[in-house]
Design a binder for this molecule. Structure first.
Ligand code: FDA
Length: 506
């Protein structure tokens, strides 16, 4: 085999002859660093020791993606795709796996040109969306075309379509409409050979795998055809704060666990638990009277009144939850965020199938007082979610009552701060183990967590048995099927990362 240096040189020559000038950035390019940082969201992975790509291809159409994939396959250089750059572990732009075997990798950035376009078909209630668009850009384009259509995407508007749909994707309308990936009707993907395939050409197995099986596994999806959903003229939101001592927030959390997954599908009621307070946030698809009635009937203890509720259009509700406030201009949805990361974060996730006893919630308050404490986000399932079989898509957690995200964040630099905040996240996660899903303990692939395991030993060789450990946490019984699809479409494992689906062993 060629030495890595020769491989890299051959790869860069290949890119130079296959792509137009101005599309490829190498370490020698003046703007390499700013292009690299443009969509990094986690400061943890923007350090001098972070392994960086030998080249970043700022692709603007599918042919650029195809060329980069072909050059990578020919010269043994791994090509990773980056859409919105939100990967929790930075796997779209850093590669510990390649660094560990002394190899190079490259990034195809999808955030430009046609790869970022959104084409809405109002009468057909569909849209073709480039992977490099953000969900904010999707919401904006839909709202410009119709006030009665929407899409159940992420709460954060800067999240990229490519990674979001690849991992399932959920937001404030999941109880009404399910996962975002449930609404994918077609997709265009560049496979390991560099061919561009639509749904008919890729076949139903691969089409199943790319809707929730995780990003970076089966190819690079350049665009997606999504079904838009009807939204009412008026929706209602509220945010109510329930401090621990002023209200019995412990009792509210305990009751919330069984109430929120069984509310009418038009009601979404999540909780953010931070400091010594539970913050209940709701989106209701209709005028406020319906929301007040649903709360009075099902959850009177929460004490929600008409005066807590704000009526608005659906697109305003998107802005409300993204930026916490009313009257924000819709153009804010087009802001892709800072051009350089400004904070570090670490998250872990759980699924809950049996309500957690109230003494556990009571104990959680002391965790939230600790130095380095972060927050918990509780997202209820039920409704439409529960109607899907766990094998309908790779995302298996359909029957859960709710998802917990443990989230730590900090802006100080240095390892002491990182260890303190990550230690908090890992500590509370350990503490919750007896009360959450088991055998395996489930996790959400879009909240990527390398603590769950990686594929390889020091030599960079991927192992199916190692991958099963994290793979079954994310995908349960669907993991094996994903590995079988992988063996069919990418047996050489060209698309790989620290936590990528390995080909099923022969
Ligand atoms: P990024 O570009 O980093 O890609 C993520 C992974 O997918 C990488 O492995 C990458 O190689 C691969 N990939 C990227 N583009 C691809 C393509 N075109 N084809 C194939 N693979 C591709 N989640 C959620 O469900 N609901 C939410 O409300 C939120 N909110 C949220 C807010 C914030 C601030 C963050 C940081 C994250 C979230 N998330 C979320 C999690 C989010 O869904 C997850 O991080 C997605 O993978 C991000 O997709 P990006 O394209 O931005 O990431």
């Amino acid at each position: 085999a060629a030495a890595p240096a020769n491989q890299t040189a051959g790869f860069l020559d290949c890119l130079a002859v296959s792509l137009p000038p101005g599309v490829v950035y190498t370490h020698a390019s003046r703007s390499y660093q700013s292009v690299l940082e443009s969509s990094i969201k986690n400061l943890l992975f923007d350090t001098p020791s972070t392994p960086t790509p030998v080249a970043i291809v700022e692709a603007t159409d599918a042919t650029h993606v195809q060329a980069a994939v072909r050059c990578g396959a020919r010269h043994g250089v791994t090509v990773r795709s980056r859409s919105g750059g939100h990967d929790y572990e930075g796997l779209s732009y850093r590669s510990v796996l390649d660094a560990s075997r002394g190899a190079s990798f490259a990034v195809v950035d999808m955030a430009g040109g046609e790869l970022r376009a959104v084409h809405v078909d109002v009468s057909g209630r569909t849209a073709w969306v480039g992977s490099g668009a953000t969900l904010g850009e999707v919401y904006y384009a839909i709202a410009k075309s119709s006030s009665r259509l929407g899409f159940p995407g992420s709460v954060g508007p800067t999240v990229g379509v490519g990674g979001f749909l690849s991992g399932g994707g959920f937001g404030l309308m999941l109880r009404k409409h399910g996962l975002a990936a449930d609404l994918v009707l077609d997709a265009k993907l560049v496979n390991a050979k560099g061919d561009l395939l639509d749904r008919a050409a890729m076949g139903e197995d691969l089409f199943w795998a790319i809707r929730g099986g995780g990003g970076g596994n089966f190819g690079i999806v350049v665009s997606w055809k999504i079904r838009l959903v009807p939204v009412p003229e008026t929706v209602t939101v509220f945010t109510v704060h329930r401090p621990r001592n002023q209200y019995s927030a412990t009792d509210l959390l305990t009751k919330w666990q069984t109430v929120s997954p069984s509310l009418p599908n038009d009601v979404f009621l999540r909780v953010v638990v931070q400091n010594q307070e539970a913050q209940f946030e709701s989106l209701y698809l209709g005028p406020h009277a319906g929301l007040v009635a649903a709360m009075t009937t099902n959850f009177p203890e929460l004490g929600v009144k008409a005066k807590d509720c704000i009526e608005m259009t659906w697109i305003q509700s998107v802005l409300y939850f993204a930026f916490y406030g009313t009257g924000k201009p819709v153009e804010m949805l087009l802001d892709r965020g800072p051009t350089k990361p400004d904070r570090s974060f670490k998250a872990k996730s759980d699924y809950v199938h049996e309500p957690i006893p109230s003494h556990v919630w009571e104990n959680t308050w002391s965790w939230l007082l600790k130095d380095g404490a972060g927050l918990l986000i509780l997202d209820p399932y039920g409704g439409k979610m529960a109607g899907f079989s766990p094998a309908a898509t790779p995302f298996p957690h359909r029957q859960a009552l709710y998802n917990i995200q443990y989230y730590g964040f900090w802006s100080e630099s240095g390892t002491a701060a990182a260890e303190k905040h990550m230690g908090w996240v890992r500590g509370i996660y350990r503490e919750m183990e007896p009360y959450v899903s088991k055998n395996p303990r489930g996790a959400y692939v879009n909240y990527r967590d390398l603590d769950l395991g990686v594929n390889y030993d020091g030599d960079g060789v991927t192992s199916y048995e190692k991958a099963r450990v994290w793979g079954e946490a994310y995908f349960k019984g669907n993991f094996e099927r994903l590995a079988k699809v992988k063996a069919k479409v990418d047996s050489d494992n060209n698309f790989k990362n620290e936590q990528s689906i390995p080909p099923f062993p022969n």
